[in-house]
Design a protein. Structure first.
Length: 242
């Protein structure tokens, strides 16, 4: 990397991040500072940003653009490590990783309302899963959780009516409103998933799971399920390499 190209690469990466913030925040007045935009972007998109690094980059950018130029190019040049760091951060902000690429492959287990509840309990024992998407006539029907099954079980024991051979539909009668899933398209990014699983600003409860399909439609075949326990992996993927 020659002396001039490092500065040009740095300024190009910084400008790309700045334009991305302006576009996403619908800010075009030129009066909102870069760091303020970064903070607002992180809040609105429920995503992790390396704000200390962005502040350092903003200071360096100001130093470069206000320094002397020769032949229309900056005479000062950031060290290669700084150039590489801002380019990695630019790519992570503008083209964040997708959920399907970050999360490990694991068996996806779904049920129909007519399936025996014993089959659900067996999968809980084998895989230690807590949420199972339900499908009826190839369309998403709801989310069966182990909490829902526990409420069904408590109700049956209280009435001394535990009957062998009951179905998923019987337990699903005890589902609560917050035990729901939202759908994401297969190209959904990690920040989008983090935002979906985060509590909304209005104080309501977020979905307990995200179901990934081809284009995010309930009638499509599920490709993966994302749950709250996956959040540490998702956050780590956004922090890696910064």
């Amino acid at each position: 990397m020659d002396e001039v190209s490092g500065a040009i690469r740095f300024l190009a990466a910084f400008a790309a991040i700045e334009k991305h913030f302006e576009w996403k925040l619908q800010i075009g007045d030129g009066r909102t500072g870069f760091v303020k935009m970064a903070e607002q972007y992180a809040r609105q998109h429920h995503t992790q940003l390396d704000l200390p690094a962005l502040r350092t980059f903003a200071d360096l950018r100001n130093a470069l653009v206000h320094n002397d130029y020769y032949g229309g190019k900056p005479v000062a040049d950031p060290v290669p490590e700084i150039v590489d760091a801002i380019e990695r951060l630019r790519d992570k902000i503008i083209r964040p990783p997708t959920v399907l690429r970050v999360l490990p492959q694991r068996p996806l287990v779904t049920f129909q309302p007519s399936d025996p509840l014993q089959a659900v309990l067996e999968q809980v024992r084998l895989l230690d899963y807590s949420q199972f998407p339900l499908y009826e006539n190839h369309t998403y029907h709801g989310l069966l959780t182990t909490n829902c099954v526990a409420r069904w079980l408590a109700h049956r024991f209280a009435r001394d009516e535990l009957v062998e051979g009951e179905t998923v539909r019987d337990a699903f009668e005890f589902v609560e409103p917050h035990e729901r899933a939202a759908h994401l398209a297969r190209k959904a990014t990690v920040p989008q998933a983090i935002k979906k699983l985060s509590p909304p600003a209005d104080g309501s409860l977020p979905p307990v799971a995200l179901i990934v399909t081809h284009s995010g439609k309930p009638h499509e075949c599920p490709l993966s399920i994302v749950v709250a326990a996956d959040l540490p992996v998702l956050v780590a993927a956004m922090n890696a390499g910064t």
